[in-house]
Structures are given as structure tokens and as C-alpha cells.
Design a protein around this ligand. Structure first.
Ligand code: 2RA
Length: 331
């Protein structure tokens, strides 16, 4: 397939190229698009050095597949037109995720939603990591309520987020100066920030609402009761999520562990006695979402469960999920 990665120089764009290679996606021609600033430079890829092009609808006309890792404005302006030209499009932005005619897909959960669609939205990273674990639990025990608190890495804000964390940390440790922020609302080094994206009229942030809106759509549960508190922490990579659920039917930690150990896209890491549980340091670079700290939640009696997830948000939360969708589109 003639594959175009649009936003190729960003953190997700680079992962997209790496995941295409790792999963042996049948690329006959790889084209990389980015801003005019990067156009003309070369990026080294498993398919050799590829010159970065400035995007133009005409230039992209011959693609079979376009993987978009750019802004929502770009997606609004170009995604539908590309799909109408016959290009299969997977969009990483939030612009089209809630549109009725655009499936929002995590293949382990709702692959069937792809149908004959040619334009598919890739969910927010925090949502994708959550629903791969929620869906098998829902199937086994039913799902009534979900409460999530997240611990999100700097790379959720792209390469700039990682660079800011590194710069700030050096400034504090090496220069002995206070951290200075530009990307995040406050210094992230040696801090946690309970704000990701803008505040909504209901007091939640947009990131928190995305988790609710998108989980409901992907799981086909428009009335699911779900609340999220999203927090940025000073790690490079991997989003962690502390999850509490109330189930429809009785659940035990043993039964939940069994269900999750059979679930696609999940790896149970849950040996408290050996101090083994999900952590960013072990989940980094891994395709599967780690699930552990699985225990009964006494607030909800025999229908309550607590657990902890760690997922590489540049992989399952972005590039890997997008390429998995592309693999399904190929079929
Ligand atoms: C973040 N989830 O971590 C957002 C980006 N997709 O900032």
C-alpha cells in the first residue's frame, strides 16, 4: 500500500513509522508529510531516507492509506476530502471522534464499527488504554459505574512536552534555577498538574470529558456513568490510570484477573508479594496495557473492583491503535 504519514516529525508521527515497520505493514511506498518548515529535510526510516513533503490535497491523492497525526483543524479541513478521493484515513485528532458518521475504534473492543467506512477516528490515548481493560470486564460482569484518576506522561503533549520536562529538570538540578514552563500550564518538573486541556463549564477538563464521551461511544454505552480526574505527572512516557468500577453482577479479584489475563491487548502484572505491578518504567515500549493491583472495592460491596493500568500512550494510545485500525481497513 502507498502509505502517507501526515505529521511525520511529531512524537506520534515517528511512532507511526516505527509501528508500520514493526508490524510488517505492506508498505510499497512511504510518504512523509509535515509543516512547510520541515519540508525538504530527510527522515531516516526502515524504508530508507524519505524526504518530508509539505501537505497538499493533490500531492496526497495517490495514497491508499493516510495516517493523520496532526491538529483537529487539519483533520476538519482535509480528512473527509481525502476519504472521498478513495484514501483510507485514520485520524488521531479529536476533531471527528464524536461525529455520527465516523467510527471511533479500538479494535479489541469495537472492530465491527469499521464496517465499510473509509474514515476512522483514533481515540484519545487515555480512553484507548482504559477501554481495552473495561470491555472484557463489562462482558464478564456488566458495568454500571466507572471512576478513573489518571497519571499522564509529558509525551501526551507531544515531543514538546517531553522537551519541556527535560529542560525544566536540568534547570532545577543543574542550574539551581526554578523551572520555567511554556507547554504546560505550570512547571511539570517536581510537580503534578491537575489540568490537561481546557476547563469545561461543568468543572471538568476537556481531557476528562473525552474519557467519558469517547468510552461511551466505543463501548456503545451512551448512558455509562463515568467520571475522570486527569493529572499530568513528570514522567516521559506511559499513562497510568487508577480505575474503580461498579459491576452489574458480583465480581471477585480472582475472576477479574482471570478475565483480564485472557483479554487481547492486556497483560496482567499483579504479584504484590513480589512487588510486581504496572509501572511506566515497565510499560514503556510495550504494545499491551499492563493491569494490576486488582482488588475488591468495599464501597460497592461484592460488585466493586479497583485496579491500576499502565499503557504506552504513544503506542496503544496512538500509533499502535492507528496501525491496528489500518490493518482492519486493509481486510
Ligand atoms: C494528553 N491525552 O495526554 C492527551 C493527548 N492525547 O495530553
Amino acid at each position: 500500500m502507498r502509505v502517507g504519514v501526515i505529521g511525520a516529525t511529531g512524537a506520534v508521527g515517528k511512532e507511526l513509522v516505527a509501528v508500520l515497520a514493526k508490524r510488517h505493514f505492506p508498505v510499497t511506498e512511504l510518504r512523509l508529510f509535515a509543516s512547510t518548515r520541515s519540508a525538504g529535510t530527510k527522515q531516516s526510516t526502515p524504508w530508507g531516507d524519505v524526504a518530508i513533503e509539505a501537505y497538499s490535497p493533490d500531492g496526497a491523492r495517490n495514497l491508499d492509506l493516510a495516517l493523520l497525526a496532526v491538529s483537529g483543524d487539519f483533520a476538519k479541513a482535509h480528512a473527509r476530502a481525502l476519504a472521498a478521493q478513495g484514501v483510507a484515513v485514520v485520524d488521531n485528532s479529536s476533531a471527528l471522534r464524536l461525529e455520527d458518521d465516523v467510527p471511533l475504534v479500538v479494535p479489541e473492543v469495537n472492530e465491527a464499527a469499521i464496517g465499510s467506512h473509509r474514515l476512522i477516528a483514533n481515540p484519545n490515548c487515555t480512553t484507548a488504554i482504559l477501554v481495552v481493560a473495561l470491555e472484557p470486564l463489562r462482558q464478564a460482569f456488566g458495568l454500571k459505574r466507572v471512576i478513573v484518576s489518571t497519571y499522564q506522561a509529558a509525551s501526551g503533549a507531544g515531543a514538546e512536552g517531553m522537551a519541556e520536562l527535560e529542560r525544566e529538570t536540568r534547570r532545577v538540578l543543574v542550574d539551581g534555577q526554578p523551572a520555567q514552563n511554556e507547554v504546560f500550564a505550570h512547571p511539570l518538573a517536581f510537580n503534578v498538574i491537575p489540568q490537561i486541556d481546557s476547563f469545561q463549564p461543568n468543572g471538568y477538563t476537556r481531557e476528562e470529558m473525552k474519557v467519558a464521551w469517547e468510552s461511551r461511544k466505543i463501548m456503545g454505552m451512551p448512558d455509562l456513568l463515568i467520571s475522570c480526574t486527569a493529572v499530568r505527572i513528570p514522567t516521559y512516557r506511559v499513562h497510568a490510570e487508577a480505575v474503580t468500577i461498579e459491576t452489574e453482577r458480583p465480581v471477585t479479584p480472582e475472576a477479574a484477573r482471570e478475565v483480564l489475563s485472557r483479554a487481547k491487548g492486556v497483560r496482567v502484572v499483579d504479584e504484590p508479594a513480589a512487588q510486581r505491578y504496572p509501572m511506566p518504567i515497565t510499560a514503556t515500549g510495550q504494545d499491551d496495557v499492563e493491569a494490576g493491583r486488582i482488588r475488591a472495592n468495599p464501597v460497592f460491596g461484592d460488585r466493586g473492583l479497583d485496579f491500576f493500568l499502565c499503557g504506552d500512550q504513544l503506542l496503544k494510545g496512538a500509533a499502535l491503535n492507528a496501525v491496528q485500525i489500518a490493518e482492519k481497513l486493509r481486510k
